[in-house]
Design a protein around this ligand. Structure first.
Ligand SMILES: [Zn+2]
Length: 291
């Protein structure tokens, strides 16, 4: 029986700052929820060998990589932690493993932290240290994928992903997000390959769904041979970091819609800060698996 692969490592819960929304419980509670359910057959995988600098440096500058070792906060949202470089690299490794599994025709979700989509080529920011999805997309391109689509449904604009992938050949970026909201980018399209679908704060749920559907239509028209998904669950109605209105069934629908593309795809956890995050991820995975 096919099993959904969940890539995670309990060590990714090893850093925290009191009161910070991007906390270890996000992953720990999701792991517990997924262990307690019987509807979806899962296979648990630990990230493999550490990623080489060469692969990271396709997306980031050497200065930015070196900065991860300097024990000073990156900005007010993005603290320095001891060994944050190791945590960030493990999250990148998981994203590259997810890419490999997707290419084998497997269903896969990387349940790791830190997230990555706000990290730009030169700067760690917005709870993100290295840009997992951009690194994986560039690795896919470097190893044979001709047309890679990155789909980002986190409620915040994937500014870092856009910064890194802007005008890169063979990659298109589609981001649906609340605007205005952190980081206040993504109001318009950028370059020839970055497509932004801003949704106003407090927009009705149907309007948000329509934007997601529009983005997915455009993504389909691009005819990608691989899709990398920045899966953020903070456009949820009860998320403390947004004013958006999606419900668990919308995340199910997103999973189902991505599966219906009929193209290999993999998903990486980005944001999602409500107590219901485990239920939202579970709903998404059920959609992905058509359950
Ligand atoms: Zn977010």
């Amino acid at each position: 029986m096919p099993r959904v692969k969940i890539i995670t490592d309990e060590r990714c819960t090893g850093y925290a700052r009191t009161g910070h929304p991007e906390n270890p419980r996000r992953v720990a509670a999701t792991v517990a929820r997924l262990h307690s359910q019987t509807e979806l057959p899962l296979a648990w995988v630990t990230p493999g060998e550490n990623v080489s600098d060469e692969i990271i440096l396709r997306a980031h500058t050497p200065e930015m990589l070196a900065r991860l070792e300097v024990p000073e906060d990156f900005d007010a949202d993005t603290p320095f932690f001891e060994n944050i470089s190791g945590y960030a690299r493990a999250s990148v490794t998981a994203s590259l493993d997810a890419l490999k599994f997707a290419r084998n025709g497997e269903t896969v979700f990387s349940l790791m932290r830190p997230p990555g989509h706000h990290a730009t080529r030169e700067k760690s920011m917005g709870f993100c240290y290295l840009n997992n999805i951009a690194i994986a997309a560039l690795e896919a391109r470097a190893t044979g994928a001709k047309r890679v689509a990155v789909f980002d449904f986190d409620v915040h604009h994937g500014n870092g992903t856009e910064d890194i992938l802007l005008n890169q050949p063979g990659v298109e970026f589609f981001s649906v997000h609340q605007h205005p909201a952190y980081p206040n980018t993504g109001a318009e399209n950028a370059g020839h390959n970055c497509f932004n679908y801003p949704v106003a704060p407090n927009a009705p749920r149907a309007a948000y769904r329509a934007k997601l559907a529009h983005a997915l239509d455009d993504l389909r028209s691009y005819r990608p041979d691989l899709v990398a998904v920045s899966a953020g669950f903070d456009a949820y109605l009860h998320d403390p970091l947004s004013e958006s209105a999606l419900l668990p069934e919308d995340f199910y629908w997103l999973g189902e819609s991505l599966r219906a593309l009929g193209v290999p795809f993999f998903s990486l956890l980005e944001g999602g800060y409500s107590e219901d995050l485990p239920e939202l991820i579970f709903a998404y995975l059920k959609g992905v698996e058509g359950k």
